[in-house]
Structure formats: C-alpha cells, structure tokens
Design a protein around this ligand. Structure first.
Ligand code: OMP
Length: 286
C-alpha cells in the first residue's frame, strides 16, 4: 500500500490528525492504579492502545518510559508495539536516535526492520551530527517503506539556543539550523515520495515561533508535502485553536501529539478524553 507517507495519509483521512502518546510516567501509573514496574507500564500501554485503536490512526510510544525498567521494560514495550500494530495503528517509536552512519543504521534496523522485535512504522531521529549522518536511516526507511521524523524545531524552551543558530558558511549560508533541517527533509521527499505525502517528516513543536526558527512552512507544505509531528499541545501549553495560524501553508500536514493531557484522564476516562480531543482538533482544523 505504498510507503509510510502514503499509509500516514490514509490514516489521517480515515482517523484524523490526533496522535496519542504512550508515556507511562510514574505519576500516571500511580493515577491509573498501576504499579511503577515494567508490568505496570505494559498494562498502561495496552490499555492506551485499546482506547486509541478505534479512535485515532497513530500512536507514539516514548521508549524512555519503558527503557527505565531495563530488559523487562523492553519486553513490555514489545507487547505494546505488537498490540498497536495489530490494532491497525501506525506506530511512531519515539527514540530520538542519532549517531555516525553505521551505528545509526543498526538503530534503524532495530526499530524499522520487518520482523524486528521492536518493529515500528516510523522512528524519531536526531540530526545533531549533521543531516547527512542520517543517510543510512533515510535509505533503510525508504527501502523498507518506513518513516522517519527528524527533530527540527523542538517544543522545549531551551531549543532556541541551538536551533535558531545561523550557518556562517557553505551552501546553506544564513539558514537557521532548524530551517536547514526542515529544508533537507522536504528535499528528500521531493526526490523520494511515492504519493502526496512524503515518508520523512520533521518534528516541529506547537510551542515555538517558526519565524524566529527560520522554518519555511511553504516549502514543507509544497507537494509532495512533508509530514509534521507536532508535540507540545496540552500539557506544554500549545493550543489546537492556533494550529492553522501557526503552521500556515503546512497546516494540512500536521499530526498533533498529545500525551499527558489525555493520559491524565485515567483508565476509566481515557476513551472519552481521546474522543473529546479528537473532536476539538477537528473543530479547530475545519
Ligand atoms: O519527538 C517528540 O515526540 C517530542 C519532540 C519535542 O520537541 N517535544 C516533545 O515533547 N516530544 C515528545 O512528545 C511528548 C509530549 O508529551 P506531553 O507534553 O505530555 O503531551 C513526549 O513524549 C515528548 O518526549
């Protein structure tokens, strides 16, 4: 059915733009009446998947909340990833990997290769070692029909100190770090997309000022469009009502992640909370 971008486009058309984060924070496990153990994180993830399965198209497990339990945490995560994919959800593994090419390739195989115990549909990658250091993961994802989301303008307030920095030499002279990364992702999609939406997305926080960050939203919104994973809504302060104004020409490509603001509803309230946020998001985008 085509590459990740095409599957994402299909998920958005059928299930909307909300992505549910699977982030079993210690305080959430406690609020859900679950133990702060790998078994608790597994149960939490499975219940989120159950609630999300009928309601949205995409989930984003944040692996730090599983990794903290060591090997039993990874076993728990394997169950959650398997259940999510079985439920027909697209899974973005939030792993934020980045390294020299051959090492990054091993990470990409771990998270994207068919049959890997941790197989997901897409993973988040960190381009701090240079966009070109992502080449092995870009090529692997392309070959396997999987996706990547490259950190570009992140939602945390500390991000601007690095991401607004401007290059003082080379072909991208004057461009910000964030703008340059977004441009490279869009260029990759222009060369490789097999449909209206590319398979290489960028992470753009809903809390940031894209003018200040120097991100070319028109370029991201041009065909083939570049998917945008937008965290920062709810708990970190970004609001659905501002998405159109903020993302402008790229608004059609935004996948909105919510984690704590929906997970805080607890296990009895999560299904209704997802329905409510999905309806609010659709309202804001219509
Ligand atoms: O890559 C991410 O998903 C991410 C990037 C970013 O810039 N900011 C950010 O908050 N995230 C992740 O998105 C989720 C946001 O969680 P909430 O603030 O609880 O909605 C967490 O899993 C973060 O790790």
């Amino acid at each position: 059915m085509g590459g990740f971008g095409t599957r994402l486009q299909h998920a958005v058309e059928n299930r909307g733009r909300l992505c549910i984060g699977i982030d079993p924070h210690e305080f959430l496990l406690d609020a859900w009446g679950l133990p702060n153990t790998a078994a608790g994180a597994r149960e939490f993830g499975l219940r989120v998947v159950e609630a999300a399965g009928e309601r949205v198209g995409v989930v984003k497990p944040q692996i730090a909340f599983y990794e903290r339990f060591g090997s039993s945490g990874f076993a728990a995560l394997e169950s959650v990833l398997g259940a999510a994919r079985e439920a027909g959800l697209l899974v973005i593994a939030d792993v934020k990997r980045g390294d020299v090419g051959t090492t990054l390739e091993a990470y990409a195989k771990a998270w994207l290769e068919e049959g890997s115990p941790l197989e997901a549909d897409a993973m988040t990658v960190n381009p701090y070692q240079g966009f070109d250091s992502l080449a092995s993961a870009l090529e692997l994802a392309d070959r396997l029909g999987k996706g990547l989301f490259v950190l570009a303008a992140t939602s945390n307030p500390e991000s601007t100190s690095i991401q607004t920095a401007r290059r003082d030499r080379g072909s991208q002279l004057g461009e910000t770090v964030a703008g340059g990364i977004a441009k490279r992702a869009a260029a990759w999609n222009a060369d490789h997309a097999d449909g209206a939406l590319g398979s290489v997305g960028v992470v753009l926080g809903g809390t940031v000022d894209f003018d200040l960050l120097g991100v070319d939203l028109t370029g991201l919104g041009a065909a083939p469009r570049t998917p945008i994973l937008a965290p920062g809504f709810g708990h970190q302060g970004a609001e659905f009502a501002r998405i159109r104004e903020m993302f402008g020409a790229a608004a059609e490509s935004v996948i909105v992640n919510v984690s704590r603001s929906v997970l805080a509803a607890g296990q009895d309230g999560i299904a209704d909370a997802i329905d409510q946020q999905a309806a609010e998001l659709e309202d804001a985008l219509s």
